[in-house]
Write a protein that binds this ligand. Structure first.
Ligand code: ACM
Length: 269
């Protein structure tokens, strides 16, 4: 199975421009799965729910319907971040659109980063793994800052994910140190589609750091992008190889877990 991550700079508040870009790329990139960054439809640096609300859309909107039609017509899984409107609330969400729309779902970011707390409602979906038999792939999603919590990738791997896709707008540089660990300790593929560029709002500027990457289930970086260029990276993955969690004749990293021991007893002194 061939997967791709698209690294680009979404235009702030230009939903039509970004949508057209997603449409063109989703049609033309030759891969079974194409993953775009977090908030690809709008850009990132909103300061309030009020500011974002006019740019937010429901999951069952016409725009997402058009991308769903492309997923179906091109037999391609399309993943992208967008601000999801639900009544007066907005979630920092990620759509996973399968060729068969019955499997498509939305994940709402669990851990909100920095000023996102003033803009978004904390996600209420929990982590989701979708099993897609037509391509024999089990896909789990997390979004950007979720990576700081090893529980995110662990929950997805225990839920059966072969591949974790992670649409991102990363502004620090330390995350590349953690991703190989998340893939090794869970024996899963991990694909991070990060954005590039800068955004300024209220005299504050954020720099997004690119370096989108795909790691195999042994933590090896098998595709990577530059820090600052629009790029598409590709990797061939073998989802079935992640399912046996044995690492030698005796050890199996899931069967060897001892959850009953994962609580800390505090001594008297
Ligand atoms: C982030 O969660 N956008 C860093």
């Amino acid at each position: 199975m061939k997967i791709a991550c698209v690294q680009f700079a979404p235009a702030f508040k230009k939903i039509e421009t970004n949508f057209e870009y997603l449409v063109t790329q989703s049609k033309s990139i030759d891969a079974d799965l194409v993953c775009f960054p977090e908030l690809s439809l709008t850009g990132y640096f909103f300061f309030s729910t009020e500011e974002l609300l006019p740019y937010s859309i429901p999951f069952n909107s016409e725009l997402i319907g058009e991308l769903q039609n492309i997923a179906t017509a091109f037999n391609r899984i399309i993943v992208f971040g967008f601000p999801e409107r639900v009544d007066a609330k907005v979630y920092n969400s990620c759509a996973v659109l399968f060729p068969d729309s019955a499997f498509s779902f939305v994940y709402r970011k669990t851990h909100l980063f920095y000023r996102e707390r003033f803009v978004f409602t904390s996600g209420d979906t929990g982590f989701i793994v979708a099993k897609y038999p037509p391509m024999d792939i089990n896909i789990g999603t997390m979004i950007c800052y979720d990576w700081r919590f090893p529980e995110s990738a662990r929950a997805l791997a225990l839920g059966g994910a072969d591949l974790i896709v992670c649409p991102s707008n990363l502004v620090t540089k330390v995350w590349t140190l953690a991703m190989p660990a998340r893939s090794i300790e869970n024996k899963v593929y991990l694909a991070v589609a990060n954005r590039i560029g800068i955004e300024t709002n209220n005299d504050e500027t954020l720099h997004f750091n690119g370096k989108s990457g795909i790691w195999d289930y042994n933590g090896k970086l098998i595709a990577t992008a530059s820090e600052d260029k629009t790029e598409v990276i590709f990797a061939e993955i073998y989802p079935q190889e992640t399912r046996n969690k044995a690492i030698d004749h005796f050890n199996n990293i899931f069967a060897d877990r001892r959850p009953e021991m994962y609580k800390v007893l505090l001594g008297e002194n």
